[in-house]
Unconditional design. Structure first.
Lengths: 301, 229
């Protein structure tokens, strides 16, 4: 058993080395296929990060009449927090708003003017963040409830509705088209890699016939090809990772110009082993499964 | 012992004529049998049926304890390990050296490395190739390639060696070298089945000859001669 196993590995490596250009060509195609997987993962990360930053910027604010009692505001806050679509509610009291304004306008005329006033002119507000940007409409309609009319001055959703809806449609489109793109890419990569291995196998069909005539069992014929496929996958995984390094480094400053919050470089570095693991797994699966299936054709009789 | 009982073979092509038509014969251990006939007479079909590369349309084929016509694809490798096959076009593995081509037949069967290292040089020496055992097939002449093929066919000591036009691509000198090798193998106790249409070879051998024409046996003689039909 052990001898057979080592012989299969020996033959697989030998085929790989002796097939020369055929091996190189197959390796290049596999590397391209795996590179597209890798860039797909990085692309998903980038769009994901961009969308999160965008979503984070969306919120609605509820401004209360200056006469509204604080306990009612807090009760509303509590009831908002109980809504399943709400992620977080921030309460800014009238005093907080005043301090905030004073801090911002310490040295200008607006700050001076404020000091002339006896009363605090600011209203208290609640800052509401939804779990999902599509849920703001629901929260806004909840706030239109008759019971709250007496204390609520205005809700910013009405002003920002257009922006929020447009943002939502952008987020949706990017998500959907990103997924479609990923799917198309993945299918293409798999088909191309599979086809290449099939071709490599086709050029070996006579050898396979000879092996059968000598009395080689199917395992013995198939084994070296599967080993060869695994070798392709492993090497292609490493090559695609090495290729990705300069690309990531070049793209990094450009991406940061558009979205300052994300760094491709640190993503790549901190997730290197995860990405490498995926690549190796994809590579080995793609190589070995393609070989295994492709050789079936030539094993009949 | 090899027995063909009323074997017919019709290829599924458009022609309705059969490649073999009700062929029956028996070969005893240690015989040297020549199959003679024109191209398309059925020589190669008999060989393909014997090694299980084709299935008969009708009839039974017995090889030792195997009923070849009933074997499943999975069981074929075991049968083929009892038979060594030599072809006109050599059929060597082009990306393996002469040595590796021969040792492959043993590795497939699971021989331990030690015995492989011992047997392969012996057999290559016997066919006269010890000098060139690390050459690849494209570095060998036709006669040398065929000798590698013979070494590969006999390395695992099969009961039968089947040679399908082994001298078809060779010059007269190499032809005799190959025939002498086959006779030597036969003397060592292996059944040899030789398909050929080389008149001189047949007449020189004066062993059993089965003559085929259009898929039928028309003559089966001990010490046969090559005769025009």
């Amino acid at each position: 058993m052990v001898t057979t196993f080592f012989r299969l590995i020996k033959y697989g490596l030998q085929n790989f080395l002796r097939n020369g250009w055929l091996s190189v060509a197959t390796l290049v195609v596999m590397t391209l296929a795996l590179s597209s997987f890798l860039f797909l993962m990085i692309f998903r990360f980038t769009t994901g990060a961009v969308l999160t930053t965008l979503e984070d910027k969306i919120d609605i604010s509820v401004y209360f009449k200056t006469s509204a009692p604080e306990d009612e505001i807090l009760r509303l806050k509590k009831s908002l927090e109980d809504l399943s679509d709400v992620k977080k509610v921030n309460y800014i009291s009238r005093a907080d708003a005043l301090d905030d304004f004073k801090n911002k306008h310490k040295n200008d005329a607006a700050g001076q003017a404020l000091n002339e006033l006896k009363d605090n002119p600011f209203s208290a507000s609640l800052n509401v963040k939804a779990k999902d940007s599509e849920k703001y409409a629901i929260i806004a309609s909840y706030l239109e409830n008759e019971g709250f009319k007496q204390i609520i001055e205005k809700v910013t959703y009405a002003q920002n509705q257009l922006v929020i809806e447009r943002m939502n449609s952008i987020i949706n489109t990017v998500n959907k088209s990103g997924f479609a793109l990923a799917l198309i890419f993945a299918i293409t990569a798999i088909l191309v890699a599979f086809n290449t291995i099939w071709l490599a196998m086709y050029s070996n069909r006579e050898e396979i016939g000879i092996m059968r005539l000598v009395g080689a069992s199917n395992t013995f014929i198939r084994g070296p090809f599967v080993v060869e496929g695994v070798v392709y996958g492993l090497l292609a995984a490493f090559l695609s990772l090495i290729l990705a390094i300069p690309v990531v480094l070049t793209a990094n400053p450009w991406v940061q110009k558009v979205v300052p919050d994300i760094s491709l470089r640190s993503y790549f570095v901190s997730n290197f082993f995860g990405l490498a693991g995926y690549q190796i797994l994809f590579g080995i699966l793609l190589g070995s499964v393609s070989s295994f299936i492709a050789i079936r054709r030539y094993l009949k009789v | 012992m090899i027995v063909f009982q009323n074997v017919s073979k019709i290829y599924n092509n458009h022609s309705s004529s059969s490649a073999l038509d009700g062929v029956s014969f028996k070969m005893n251990p240690n015989e040297f049998v020549s199959l003679v006939g024109k191209s398309g007479a059925g020589k190669s079909t008999i060989i393909k049926l014997l090694i299980g590369e084709e299935k008969p349309s009708k009839g039974r084929i017995i090889f030792g304890s195997y009923e070849v016509n009933k074997l499943k694809p999975k069981e074929m490798p075991k049968l083929r390990r009892h038979i060594g096959v030599i072809f006109q076009d050599f059929r060597l593995l082009s990306n393996k050296s002469a040595y590796e081509n021969v040792s492959f037949a043993l590795e497939v069967v699971g021989y331990p490395q030690q015995e492989i290292d011992e047997f392969v040089p012996q057999v290559l020496d016997m066919v006269g190739l010890s000098e060139k055992m690390h050459n690849f097939p494209n570095e060998l002449s036709g006669g040398e390639k065929q000798r590698v093929a013979i070494a590969r066919a006999m390395i695992h000591r099969p009961e039968v060696i089947v040679a399908d036009e082994p001298t078809g691509n060779l010059d007269p000198y190499n032809t005799w070298e190959i025939i002498k090798l086959l006779m030597k193998i036969n003397e060592l106790g292996t059944t040899v089945i030789l398909a050929t249409h080389d008149k001189e070879v047949i007449n020189h051998l004066s062993r059993r000859v089965i003559t085929l024409d259009q898929g039928k046996i028309i003559r089966d003689e001990e010490k046969g001669k090559f005769m025009l039909i």
